[in-house]
Design a protein around this ligand. Structure first.
Ligand SMILES: [Zn+2]
Length: 219
C-alpha cells in the first residue's frame, strides 16, 4: 500500500467529535438533527434505475453531505454510512448473497481536490466489518465531464453520456448483486450513465442507494 493510501485508510478510521449536521458538540448527530434526517423513500426516476434515498436534500442530511463533500470533513463518512446501513439491509437483506457496491465516480480533479473519491469512501465505510458486502470502484469519469452544478436535465445527460467508463479489470463477477451508490440524486442522469456502462459489460445494475433525494416533486 502506498504511503498516500495508508494515510487515507487512517483518516477513514477517525470518528467525528461533533454533530455531522450542525457541528454541535454531540456525535454522530445531535438530538435536534437526528429527528430531522428525513424518511427513506423511493423517488421515481423516469428511465430508472430504482433508487432508495435516505432522505430529502434538505436540513441536517444536506448539511452533513456538504460538510463531508465540500468542506474536507472526510470523518463524516462513518455517520453518513450509518444512515445508509438500514437501507442497504432493505435492499440486500432478502437475498443473503454477496452485495457489490459500485460507487458513482467523481471527476478526477474533484476527487483530488477532496483528498479522494468521497462516494468510494462512503462505500468503504458502509462495507467495513461485513463479509457480505464488497466495494468495487468499477467506474470512472473521463476528464471531459463538467461539474453538473447548474446544468438542466438534458445538459446533465449530454454531459455524462459516454463519459462514464469501466475501469479495466474492476468488474463485479458475473451474476453479482450490484448496488450503485451516490450521494445525491437529482435527475438520475449519473445513475443511468453508470448503469449503461455496467450493462455494456453485461453487468445488470438496476438498483441504487443514495443519501439525498433532490428530485423535483410533482404534486
Ligand atoms: Zn446537529
Amino acid at each position: 500500500m502506498a504511503f498516500r493510501d495508508s494515510i487515507a485508510a487512517l483518516v477513514d478510521l477517525v470518528l467525528p467529535a461533533d454533530c455531522a449536521g450542525c457541528g454541535a458538540f454531540e456525535a454522530p448527530w445531535c438530538p435536534a438533527c437526528a429527528v430531522r434526517l428525513g424518511t427513506p423513500s423511493w423517488p421515481a426516476l423516469a428511465g430508472g434505475p430504482q433508487v432508495l434515498a435516505a432522505g430529502r436534500y434538505t436540513g441536517p442530511l444536506r448539511s452533513a453531505v456538504l460538510r463531508y463533500k465540500e468542506r474536507g470533513r472526510r470523518d463524516l463518512a462513518g455517520p453518513l454510512a450509518a444512515v445508509l446501513r438500514p437501507l442497504l439491509e432493505e435492499l440486500a437483506g432478502e437475498t443473503h448473497a454477496l452485495t457489490w457496491l459500485v460507487p458513482a465516480p467523481s471527476r478526477p480533479s474533484a476527487a483530488r481536490a477532496r483528498g479522494g473519491d468521497h462516494v468510494a469512501r462512503l462505500c468503504r465505510s458502509l462495507a467495513s466489518g461485513r463479509d457480505d458486502v464488497r466495494v468495487i470502484p468499477a467506474l470512472r469519469l473521463t476528464r471531459l465531464a463538467r461539474d453538473s452544478v447548474g446544468l438542466d436535465a438534458g445538459q446533465r445527460a449530454a454531459n455524462l453520456s459516454g463519459r462514464v467508463r469501466l475501469r479495466p479489470g474492476r468488474l463485479p463477477p458475473p451474476g453479482a448483486a450490484v448496488v450503485l451508490v451516490d450521494d445525491v440524486v437529482t435527475t438520475g442522469a449519473t445513475l443511468r450513465a453508470c448503469r449503461a456502462a455496467l450493462n455494456e459489460a453485461g453487468v445488470p445494475a438496476e438498483v441504487a442507494l443514495v443519501l439525498c433525494d433532490a428530485t423535483r416533486r410533482h404534486p
